[in-house]
Design a protein around this ligand. Structure first.
Ligand SMILES: [Zn+2]
Ligand SMILES: [Zn+2]
Length: 336
């Protein structure tokens, strides 16, 4: 089968091709697994973190990709359309798994990092960790919901936001544009402020219903009840904490931050940014319940991603565009 392979870690710089288009054997499912014929796989910023070594795969080569949509092949529930998300498996018995927080399990295995993922024609997945795709969603529409959507939804829930407050979104790529769409449907009175370094994203945010948009260091029109930072940089965290109301909360939706602007952390001022019970929290991974809950919410409320399609062999191009901030919504590899 055809696959995009990560064979060696390194920076995603001009002139360097991170993934190679290769012919590899079709995988054989184990007794507790299903074989999936892949039709679409969305591209996530976390793939950059894998390739550049901030969350490195334990073994190479590996097939990346953890927002996978396809159909189960002979041996399983044949023909059923399913998705595979970042959670490839968890232990199922520890205190976290037993309390619905399998995303924090020490044995958490990630799709496309700890096991081969969806930048390929076929993959195997644990039968208990695939998610039925609601009929309302096309393959390409469903793919970005599996990580960008589901983790964004988890971040929105962790923000503690409700009806008539103000929410700040830092970065407006695959995840936060879905957070905006979800929040608008779920909390129609919520006022959402979008901060982005990219003018096109700021314009798109207003088109999709943001009350205001500006650059990362701009002052929002009013203090914010909560904020979600989905950027790889440190400055947005510093800015967001400063603009929270007393008791407000920032949720950081990033698996790793890049070191480029780490010096900005020294600007964190205790009295204006942390005191008065402001909170800073990260969101980590997803549970199966997050993925399934968000898929059905998206089907029910009509939440659809903005996305662009790429051929499987053009995955490097999609990654390069994410690295350099050329993002409009999500990016989906069309395999079939
Ligand atoms: Zn992801
Ligand atoms: Zn566990």
């Amino acid at each position: 089968m055809k696959a995009m392979l990560l064979q060696e870690l390194g920076s995603i710089a001009e002139g360097r091709i991170p993934l190679s288009y290769a012919e590899i054997p079709e995988p054989e499912p184990a007794a507790d697994q299903v074989l999936i014929r892949i039709s679409a796989c969305a591209v996530c910023h976390t793939e950059l973190d894998e390739i550049e070594g901030r969350t490195p795969p334990p073994r190479l080569p590996v097939v990346p990709g953890h927002q996978v949509v396809g159909r189960i092949e002979p041996g399983g529930r044949v023909g059923q359309r399913v998705g595979v998300a970042w959670i490839f498996s968890a232990c199922g018995t520890c205190a976290y798994c037993a309390s619905g927080r399998e995303n924090l399990c020490a044995a958490f295995q990630a799709t496309g990092r700890d096991a081969n993922g969806g930048y390929a024609e076929y993959m195997t997945a644990q039968a208990d960790y695939v998610h039925p795709i609601p009929d309302e969603l096309s393959d390409a529409e469903a793919a970005p919901l599996l990580c960008a959507g589901a983790v964004g939804y988890r971040a929105l829930m962790l923000s503690g936001i409700d009806g008539g407050a103000t929410l700040g979104l830092y970065g407006f790529g695959a995840s936060n544009h879905l957070v905006l769409k979800t929040a608008k449907k779920k909390y129609p009175r919520l006022r959402i402020f979008v901060f982005s370094r990219n003018l096109k994203e700021r314009t798109q945010a207003l088109e999709l219903g943001a009350a205001w948009s500006g650059a990362i260091q701009d002052e929002p029109p009013e203090p914010m009840t909560a904020a979600i930072d989905a950027t790889p940089a440190w400055l947005p965290m510093i800015e967001a904490m400063r603009h929270l109301i007393p008791g407000g909360r920032l949720v950081v939706n990033a698996i790793r931050k890049e070191d480029v602007d780490k010096g900005e952390l020294l600007k964190l001022d205790f009295s204006s940014s942390l005191w008065l019970e402001k909170e800073l929290k990260s969101v980590a991974n997803v549970t199966r319940q997050d993925v399934r809950g968000f898929l059905s919410l998206a089907a029910e409320l009509g939440i659809r991603p903005e996305y662009e399609e790429y051929a499987l062999k053009d995955a490097n191009q999609a990654l390069f565009e994410i690295k350099h901030g050329r993002i409009r919504g999500a990016k989906v590899l069309r395999v079939l």
